[in-house]
Design a protein around this ligand. Structure first.
Ligand code: SAM
Length: 280
């Protein structure tokens, strides 16, 4: 197979820079450049976009994003050992890669990005979930991003795209599907990574909708959904008692049976309930 760029193979880069994977940083690297190019293609047409990449590591996905034509990639990496390898990539793509060393949970990247912006990342799963929730919950919509292309462990990916009536359906599904289109774009076995993690992974692609599917206040919806799924086995009239004293009436007004459980209520129902809770 032909390489996607003129840079050395990633195994060589890793050996030369001593980038042994660290568990504490959730380092499971993708070394197959055909695979990273394929993931980059899932992010959509990058030609006129800035791409925010979190956790580039030795730069496999970064190289994919640049080879697929991203206008500019801003990469945030916590592990300073990776910076020399990333500097070589920046040199091969003059003016198109900026690397910031630091913790993505603490850095505001927006000053360095010009819309339209897409996000792509193969991140440690805990950091990925926390960032996903942040990216999905701004007060104002549309958000700064047009799409998110993110690697998750398969079980988390299934929670993002889950439908009512399934065990995986919960807060993450509702947050993701209320204002975005979410789908699983690729499945990857553990052996795709070096070292291999214990579980399979999935690439999830989310596209921001121009506006929410159903009207609701984001903070009220978040509160209602969190309460409903915190006690997901209880009937809603019990799990939502703390949300409003007359919750039974409000459930009925929203078209939901007070004896239903959270798992049975579709997104539209939760939005209707959030509107009922918001009215006095
Ligand atoms: N993207 C590379 C790849 O696909 O081969 C590396 C993936 S590895 C699963 C996760 C990367 O995220 C590592 O390089 C790790 O150092 C970095 N990382 C971990 N926590 C981070 C954080 N809070 N902020 C930024 N980068 C982080």
């Amino acid at each position: 197979m032909s390489a996607i760029d003129s840079l050395p193979p990633l195994r060589e880069v890793i050996a030369r820079h001593g980038l042994s994977a660290r568990k504490s940083l959730g380092q499971n690297f993708l070394l197959d450049l055909n695979l990273t190019a394929k993931i980059a293609r899932q992010a959509g047409d990058l030609e006129n976009c800035d791409v925010l990449e979190i956790g580039p590591g030795p730069g496999g996905l970064t190289r994919g994003l640049l080879a697929e034509g991203a206008r500019h990639v801003l990469a945030i990496e916590k592990d300073s050992r990776c910076l020399p390898a990333l500097a070589e990539i920046a040199e091969a793509y003059p003016g198109r890669l900026t690397v910031i060393e630091g913790d993505a949970l603490e850095i505001d990247p927006l000053a360095h990005l010009t819309p339209p912006i897409r996000v792509a990342a193969n991140l440690p799963y805990n950091v990925g979930t926390e960032l996903l929730v942040r990216w999905l919950t701004p007060r104002d919509w549309p958000p700064f991003w047009e799409s998110l292309t993110l690697m998750f462990q398969r079980e988390v990916a299934e929670r993002i795209v889950a439908q009512p009536g399934s065990k995986a359906y919960g807060r993450l599904a509702i947050l993701a599907q209320w204002r975005a289109e979410a789908r699983i774009a690729m499945q990857l076995p553990p052996g795709a990574f070096t070292p291999p993690p214990k579980v399979s992974s999935s690439v999830v692609h989310l596209t921001a909708l121009p506006e929410p599917r159903f009207p609701a206040d984001p903070d009220v919806l978040s509160r209602v959904v969190a309460a409903a799924f915190n006690q997901r086995r209880k009937m809603l009239r019990a799990s939502l008692k703390g949300v409003a004293p007359d919750i039974e009436d409000r459930l009925i007004a929203a078209g939901i049976a007070p004896t239903d459980r959270a798992e049975q209520v579709p997104l539209e129902g939760f939005c209707a309930l959030a509107r009922q809770v918001a009215t006095r």
